[in-house]
Design a protein around this ligand. Structure first.
Ligand SMILES: Nc1ncnc2c1ncn2[C@@H]1O[C@H](COP(=O)(O)OP(=O)(O)OP(=O)(O)O)[C@@H](O)[C@H]1O
Ligand SMILES: O=P(O)(O)OC[C@H]1O[C@H](OP(=O)(O)OP(=O)(O)O)[C@H](O)[C@@H]1O
Ligand SMILES: [Mg+2]
Length: 280
């Protein structure tokens, strides 16, 4: 039975649960449930703190886990980042009051508050900057105002938390993070590939839509040039022999541009349908 660690709280928890549900796994009914046995799919889910998940996977206690890339790196453990999952995207930045510090070199001798000590100390060491790193659990942006730090190093998504605290980022982005599927180093555990295929099926379905349209037969080639599909479009004859029905997968992001172009070409009855799962 495959043992999978899933975030029980925070930004990762809900999207991870949704992904697994869409991949056909049993969902927990109560957010206090810590273990969920899905006998139909021969897997067991352990709901754990996202920061601890890398540790359980790294030690091989569980066979797979979902966590953040930043948390995996900060844990310092060795585990394989097997697949990015496209949610909980964030950037990791230094920030300080704009007039006070504006470069990484300017951090020398200063106090930096962060929840990601290993990540920050690694970055500073690489650049030969010596500073005091203060490890705190959260609300990092408040530490400068509270006088316990001169700068922070934290997760930024929209930047509104930083702005509200009167801080501005400086230097390079330390890390681009998102949720990732991780596994222990060494041989892939039995059942892992099936989990991975199911997840990939859902991620691909989210990326594509199905497009149907009718087009005069003489314009099918031009339509296929606009929307070539993955292999090639499915073309079916209409009862009126001068028209054809075409079905094709297109990238969700491109779907409106493609509809514009097909309509200009002479396509009619263009329909876009959501795909729930795929195996390509
Ligand atoms: N506002 C955010 N937007 C996007 N991703 C975020 C945000 N905050 C945290 N993350 C990401 O979510 C992952 C989990 O972070 P963490 O465990 O700190 O949870 P959290 O969402 O901050 O919840 P909490 O701090 O309440 O426990 C990390 O990979 C982090 O980069
Ligand atoms: O750039 P923004 O969109 O403002 O998001 C970034 C903020 O979100 C997270 O905080 P969270 O809400 O998890 O609180 P925490 O600091 O207690 O972890 C993160 O630690 C930042 O503070
Ligand atoms: Mg947080």
């Amino acid at each position: 039975m495959l043992r999978i660690a899933v975030p029980n709280k925070g930004s990762l928890s809900e999207p991870a649960t949704t992904l697994l549900r869409e991949a056909g796994y049993k969902a927990r009914r109560d957010s206090r449930e810590l273990v969920l046995h899905d006998s139909e799919n021969d897997v067991e889910f352990f709901f754990l703190r996202p920061r601890d998940i890398a540790v359980y996977v790294g030690s091989g206690t569980v066979d797979a886990g979902i966590t953040g890339r930043d948390l995996l790196i900060d844990s310092g453990v060795e585990a394989v980042e097997h697949r990015p999952l496209g949610f909980a995207r964030s950037r990791f930045h230094f920030a300080a009051p704009p007039a006070a510090i504006s470069s990484v070199e300017g951090l020398a001798g200063k106090r930096i508050a962060t929840s990601y000590r290993v990540l920050v100390e690694g970055y500073l060491a690489e650049r030969g900057v010596s500073a005091e790193v203060i490890r705190l659990d959260g609300a990092i942006e408040s530490t400068v105002q509270l006088g316990v730090a001169d700068a922070v190093a934290d997760v930024v998504e929209t930047g509104s938390t930083l702005r509200a605290a009167g801080l501005a980022t400086f230097g390079d982005v330390l890390l681009e993070s998102e949720a990732v599927l991780i596994r222990p180093t060494g041989d892939v555990r039995p059942g892992f590939d099936k989990l991975d295929r199911r997840i990939l099926g859902v991620l691909t379905a989210r990326e594509y839509v199905l497009m149907d349209f009718d087009i005069p037969v003489g314009k099918v080639d031009a339509a296929a040039a606009i929307a070539p599909g993955l292999e090639s479009p499915t073309v079916s004859p209409l009862h009126d022999g001068s028209w054809a029905a075409v079905r094709v997968m297109v990238k969700r992001r491109a779907s409106h541009r493609i509809m514009d172009e097909l309509q200009e070409l002479g396509a009619r009855g263009i329909l876009v349908t959501q795909i729930h799962a795929t195996r390509l």
